[in-house]
Design a protein around this ligand. Structure first.
Ligand code: HEC
Length: 153
């Protein structure tokens, strides 16, 4: 009996993971668009704070949001079939973004993005504005590289 009860949370997890794996393409497109919208908004905030009234805590708060979205994992939002369809608007993902043959290349960009998002939080926490600016530049290079290869212009 004890064993069965202990197993319950685990089963719930499995069921939840399966439900996510079966998410409809239009839901994945929505989450992808929403994730990048959130990332974009907070990048804009970091840039404005670096160019204007620098505030360490606000930069750190925005960087932490970007880090969280990146660490939660972007790969599942590029499931096959999610290049065409409507999320909040027509998908702008190129067919290459959801092509299993290009998955390694996409993963490489996602991994680099995540690494630099984590690094940005570390650097932002020091309060060193210029070092934060440099690391923000390292992070935003991945935006352009991924958009060039995987997003319709
Ligand atoms: C791994 C690839 C990848 C990375 C890294 C990436 N993007 Fe994107 N981004 C995309 C794709 C693909 C779309 C199109 C999504 C769609 O329409 O389904 C997109 C869409 C967007 C959008 C529009 C969201 C909407 O409203 O639909 C914004 C804003 C954006 N990205 C900003 C950024 C910024 C800023 C960065 C870097 C800090 C970044 N992206 C990094 C691939 C990426």
């Amino acid at each position: 009996m004890k064993f069965k009860i202990a197993l319950l949370p685990f089963l719930a997890l499995v069921v939840t993971a399966t439900a996510y794996a079966q998410a409809k393409p239009e839901d994945l497109i929505k989450i992808r668009q929403a994730s990048f919208r959130v990332i974009g908004w907070h990048c804009g905030k970091v840039k404005a704070l670096l160019d204007g009234q620098y505030d360490k805590e606000q930069v750190l708060a925005a960087a932490t949001v970007i880090q969280s979205v990146a660490n939660a994992g972007l790969n599942p939002f590029f499931a096959p079939g999610t290049d065409k369809g409507i999320g909040f608007h027509d998908s702008k993902a190129k067919p290459e973004a959801v092509d299993p043959a290009q998955a390694a290349k996409l993963s490489e960009v996602i991994t680099g993005f995540r690494k630099d998002a984590n690094e940005l939080v570390k650097v932002a926490a020091t309060g060193d504005k210029e070092a934060t600016r440099t690391q923000f530049g390292n992070l935003t290079r991945h935006c352009k590289s991924c958009h060039d290869d995987f997003r319709v212009q």
